[in-house]
Design a protein around this ligand. Structure first.
Ligand code: ADP
Length: 497
């Protein structure tokens, strides 16, 4: 979510940045060309005035060029008027010789002056404008040269020029201001964009939180709140709700089918088992038939166990697996399991030890389920530990929790398998764990996990292949069974009764 928000902000800022730059560039170019136009008009006005002044003076005086000095020059009375022009102004004769200069033009060095008069010298048209680079410090100058035709034979033309630096000043200042302002504007836009993106995406976050809360089959009855805005978010919520409804329906039918099928299978299996057991004790049954009856009974028992487990899980999924919560001393429960484990261990050649506290640990739990949970762990530990190994059970109290551990020195679990061991029907690779020789349904740990969680607790496992495994069940003393029970009608019924 954060990435979409950041991405939106980034692209929003980039788009705005591009717009600002494009706008600034266009503004700068427009200002520059209009400044140039204004400058050309000023130069034209000055050249025209000079042309008219020279023509009028010639018409009145008849002669405006004096040749008294070392070289010809405009009559001082006439050139005095041109002194005041605030740009470079050069009056030249038809051969390109300077006849008069404005005050500003007089400050130019000889080289620069020659470059300007060179323009007049090569003047072909009546009017000609352009740029000449006079080098530093003046730089580029804009000029307008005009041929003067009616101010006597000596006067050839007038050139007015001005530094382009002055022109550039206006648009450059604009550019500088924009460079200063643009980052501030962009930063402000980024902040606003980030906030805007966050605000627009908040409903999506809300939907995601709600969907995340629907973490398992039991929460599928929940629905998202549909915004009254009727916008895309409302459509999204409606779509997700529709999907949840379809999921809930198929989950329901799956659970119902599993529960019904398991339930229907229970009776025929019981009848089958009773029949096989009866046949086993029947006198005169040949040995080879007895052996196959034995195998059949083992298979029937395993199938009954699987059907029982499936029924429990299907009911748990539907929230119909009741917990018969009663106050009991957990030492009794684990002691009972340790006893059974001792017997199982003895026949498997495995040492079973138990560490039980001397003081009572009273707690409200479903003792049968807790016993089932521990038995699952212990039978697994014995099943997956080779002869001569050890299985240890312990019960302890820790920071407001009770902790059961069942550890073994068995075959262990591969790191890649650890995330799957609590999945339904999952069994490790037969080649590694020899699960073919070790009967099982792959449902024991799923039920164990459900029992721990139904008591508000959790189960974790640590294991190293070839070294053994440690299963740890942690149940909070102040068990929030109610929290779980709230999701299961029958449990809440028991708690309130
Ligand atoms: P199963 O009926 O196969 O024992 P479980 O759900 O009890 O089914 O266990 C799932 C799988 O986890 C087992 O098939 C086995 O591969 C692995 N497993 C469980 N407990 C142990 C253990 N103590 N040591 C090694 N592997 C184990």
């Amino acid at each position: 979510m954060t990435t979409i928000r950041r991405r939106l902000t980034f692209w929003y800022t980039v788009a705005l940045g591009v717009t600002v730059v494009a706008f600034g560039t266009l503004l700068y170019l427009e200002r520059r060309s209009s400044s140039l136009r204004e400058l050309d008009q000023r130069l034209l006005l000055e050249a025209d005035l000079a042309d008219r002044w020279l023509t009028e003076s010639y018409n009145v005086l008849g002669r405006i060029v004096t040749t008294g000095g070392s070289r010809p020059a405009l009559d001082p009375g006439i050139s005095a008027y041109l002194d005041a022009v605030r740009d470079y102004l050069v009056v030249a004769d038809t051969g390109g010789q300077v006849l008069a200069l404005s005050d500003v033009a007089r400050e130019l060095d000889a080289g620069d002056l020659q470059r300007l008069t060179g323009v007049l010298d090569s003047l072909r048209l009546k009017r000609q404008s352009g740029n000449v680079d006079l080098g530093l410090p003046i730089g580029n100058v804009r000029y307008l040269a005009v041929r003067v035709e009616r101010a006597g034979p000596e006067v050839g033309g007038v050139l007015v020029a001005t530094s382009l630096g002055q022109v550039a000043f206006g648009p450059s200042a604009l550019l500088q201001s924009m460079l200063l302002i643009a980052p501030v504007v962009l930063l402000g836009a980024a902040v606003v964009g980030y906030w805007l993106a966050g605000t627009s995406l908040r409903p999506v976050e809300g939907i995601m939180d709600e969907v995340e809360a629907i973490s398992d089959g039991r929460s599928l009855h929940r629905r998202l709140a549909v915004p009254i805005s009727g916008d895309e978010m409302a459509r999204l919520a409606l779509t997700v709700n529709g999907m949840l409804a379809r999921l809930e329906k198929s989950f329901d039918s799956l659970h119902r089918f599993t529960a019904d099928a398991s339930h229907e299978l229970k009776t025929p299996l019981m009848v089958l088992r009773a029949g096989v057991e009866r046949a086993l004790v029947h006198p005169g049954v040949p040995a080879e038939i007895l052996q196959s009856l034995d195998e059949t009974l083992a298979q029937v028992n395993q199938m009954s166990e699987m059907v029982e487990n499936l029924l429990t899980l299907a009911r748990a999924d539907e929230g119909r697996a009741p917990l018969a919560v009663e106050e009991c001393d957990l030492r009794d429960v684990i002691g009972d399991v340790a006893e059974t484990a001792g017997m199982l261990g003895e026949s498997a050649g495995i040492t079973v030890t138990s560490r039980i506290p001397s003081t009572a640990i009273p707690m409200a739990v479903d003792r049968h389920r807790i016993r089932e949970m521990l038995l699952n762990l212990v039978t697994n530990a014995i099943k997956y530990t080779p002869q001569g190994g050890t299985v240890a059970l312990s019960l302890a109290q820790e920071d407001g929790s009770v902790v059961f551990t069942v550890s073994d020195t068995g075959i262990g679990i591969a790191p890649g398998d650890l995330p799957h061991i609590f999945d339904r029907f999952w069994r490790a690779d037969p080649a590694r764990s020899r699960t073919g020789e070790r009967p099982g349904t792959g449902l024991g740990l799923s039920i164990t996990k459900w029992i721990a969680e139904a008591h508000g607790g959790s189960i974790t496992v640590q294991s190293r292949p070839g070294r053994g495994s440690v299963f740890t069940v942690r149940l909070p003393r102040e068990a929030p069974i109610q929290i779980h029970a709230a999701a299961t009608e029958e449990v809440s019924g028991q708690l309130s009764s």
